[in-house]
Write a protein that binds this ligand. Structure first.
Ligand SMILES: Cc1ncc(COP(=O)(O)O)c(C=O)c1O
Length: 414
């Protein structure tokens, strides 16, 4: 129960308002009340709590590159701050950053956007997706979410008042997207499909065939496609990232989401963006300006340096992650009941643990409590993620080797 709160009029001291004895939950919006906090953040919090007790936990739960942002990017932000860039800036982002993003989208992705009308810089990629949902989803609007899915998609659509409709992809079919799977869930209320490639958590990179299938369905059913390309730079074994908006007839019906967090090791800077046709961007711009005003001014100057400066750093990081990807898979395939295929992109392994006979929550708890290794249970990514456990290999070779050893010792070696 919350305490009875009285409000008093100034000077006279008369009671002008008294709140009744409601429980706190009576004040909470129904669409938020039953929502679980982000499971990935919950895993990291649990790991941090154990660490605070002096327990040496290897935390593979989060999605943060283990590299510090390159020096020239940090210096650009420091210079901007010392130069007085400490004020509000243009709501959609400073012009040099939007121009750099437009140039990047053209050079890397083959996409043409008007930097001044069709790009919005947001505080992190998460905010760009959330703002788009707030602008475009509402009661009665169904958006297809392909599961296993990044943990925030479903809550974002729900907070916006829309209905997430999950399409379960099949682990035994390598989480492949097919026409049948999508069409089974399309109704007259479907307005959009939310995609993520390279995928968190499965590590899949969409093939040309899948992209063509999705494009054809979007056109046939007149749908908008939201494509989250946050991990585009992190691909292995010659896999290629293709931006869906490049497909014929798709530019007009696609919103492309991306950011600097993963590719430039800039998670704490909170810099993301959304690009799309002006008609949609004008609406998203309203939500953006009323909710955050603008992304942090001096961080945006760092963003310009990131996009326009040397890019070799990215391939150096990807080379390190590739090495760790292989080492972890090789190690985990020796653990009893584990099957770890090499992922195609991003920096997570989505390990098939069905052979252990344990569900993903039980296994994640066991590994945290007994092996002191934090990982995210597959169920956190939807029902289709059950039977799997996600770990990030964006951490040092030594810690990963230690984690594999602890996991094998706790579960048993094959
Ligand atoms: C698939 C996916 N999209 C978007 C984001 C959001 O990134 P940011 O940290 O820029 O908000 C993440 C972060 O983990 C992610 O995994």
């Amino acid at each position: 129960m919350i305490p009875i709160v009285a409000k008093y009029a100034p000077f006279t001291g008369k009671v002008v308002q008294q709140m009744s004895q409601r429980s706190a939950s009576d004040f909470v919006a129904a669409r938020v009340r039953d929502m679980a906090p982000s499971p990935t953040i919950a895993v990291s919090d649990k790991a941090r709590a154990l660490k605070a007790q002096g327990i040496d936990v290897v935390d593979l739960g989060g999605g943060d590159p283990d590299f510090i942002t390159p020096e020239h990017i940090r210096q650009a932000a420091i210079d901007a701050m010392n130069g007085g860039e400490t004020h509000y800036v243009a709501s959609p982002g400073i012009p040099p950053l939007r121009k750099a993003i437009a140039a990047k989208l053209k050079a890397d992705n083959g996409l043409e956007y008007d930097w001044n009308k069709e790009i919005i810089v947001t505080p992190g990629g998460k905010a760009s997706l959330f703002q788009a949902m707030l602008a475009l989803a509402e009661p009665g609007v169904e958006i297809l979410v392909l599961e296993p899915a990044w943990v925030s998609y479903v809550p974002m659509i729900e907070i916006a008042g829309g209905t997430p409709v999950t399409v379960s992809l099949d682990a035994d079919d390598n989480f492949r997207i097919t026409r049948e799977k999508l069409e089974q869930k399309i109704t007259s209320r479907t307005r959009g499909i939310l995609l993520n490639s390279p995928n968190n958590p499965t590590g899949r990179v969409l093939t040309t065939e899948e992209i063509d299938t999705i494009s054809a369905i979007a056109i046939e059913h007149d749908l908008l496609v939201y494509t989250d390309e946050m991990y585009e730079k992190i691909v292995y074994d010659g896999n290629e990232h293709i931006s869906l908006a490049t497909r014929p007839g798709m530019w007009e019906r696609t919103l492309t989401f991306n950011g600097l967090s993963k590719a430039y090791a800039m998670t704490g800077w909170r810099l993301g963006y959304v690009a799309g046709p002006k008609a949609f961007m004008d609406e998203i711009a309203k939500v953006h300006s009323h909710s955050v005003t603008c992304a942090t001014s001096f961080a945006q100057f760092g963003g310009v340096a990131a996009l326009t400066g040397p890019q070799e750093f990215i391939s150096e990081m990807v080379t390190a992650w590739d090495r760790r990807r292989r080492a972890v898979a090789e190690g985990l395939n020796r653990v009893k009941g584990f099957k770890c295929d090499l992922v195609e992109g991003a920096f997570y392994h989505f390990v098939d643990i069905r052979g252990t006979g344990l569900d993903s929550m039980t296994l994640a708890d066991k590994l945290l409590n007994e092996a002191h290794v934090a990982m995210t249970p597959g169920l956190a990514f939807g029902e289709a993620g059950e039977g799997h456990i996600r770990l990030s290999f964006a951490t040092s070779d030594e810690l990963l080797a230690e984690a594999v050893k602890r996991i094998g010792d706790a579960i048993g070696w094959a």
